[in-house]
Design a protein around this ligand. Structure first.
Ligand code: CDP
Ligand code: MG
Length: 146
């Protein structure tokens, strides 16, 4: 399969595409299925998915805008400690919809019924990642499925 074809398969045809990561905490606790079901029930379509373990280099690429922040070292330690699941969701307003479903970064601030309220432990170990803009979605999908 050539690169053009490969990229096309992971490109949304119905609305936006956004990158989601199920972080080590929820994979360790066997919550993959429950979280995927929440996205599917919200009408989002999984168009690509893989399990992998991040290394420091991949974490630095994904979290490049956070390098140098006070929490960066603990974030990388957390994200590299065990496997994650990376997926691409597509749908109408998928970028905004998934951010809302995930809830606030700090689970103690997250709304009832959100994924972070239900499954997250702390501001660092907060269950899920989702792209925050079209530009970041394209960049992040390229990192995991390019
Ligand atoms: O993930 P989200 O876009 O909601 O938050 P962010 O501000 O882009 O931060 C990226 C990730 O860094 C968060 O999801 C947390 O895992 C971590 N973080 C942290 O450990 N401590 C903070 N004060 C802020 C973020
Ligand atoms: Mg972010």
């Amino acid at each position: 399969m050539d690169e053009g074809n490969r990229r096309e398969i992971f490109t949304a045809h119905n609305g936006d595409a956004t990158l989601v990561l199920l972080k080590p905490d929820v994979v360790e606790k066997n919550h993959i299925g429950e979280i995927l079901a929440m996205y599917e029930r919200a009408g989002l379509k999984i168009i690509a998915m893989r399990m992998l373990q991040m290394d420091e280099k991949l974490a630095a690429r994904h979290y490049e805008e956070h390098i140098g922040r006070p929490y960066y070292e603990s974030l990388v330690k957390f994200m590299t400690r065990s496997p994650i699941v990376a997926l691409v969701l597509e749908g109408e307003d998928a970028i905004a919809k998934v951010r809302k479903l995930n809830g606030a970064t700090d689970p103690s601030q997250a709304e009832e019924g959100t994924i972070r309220k239900l499954f997250a432990e702390s501001k660092t170990e907060n269950a899920v990642h989702a792209s925050d803009s079209k530009q970041n979605a394209d960049r992040e999908i390229g990192i995991f499925f390019g």
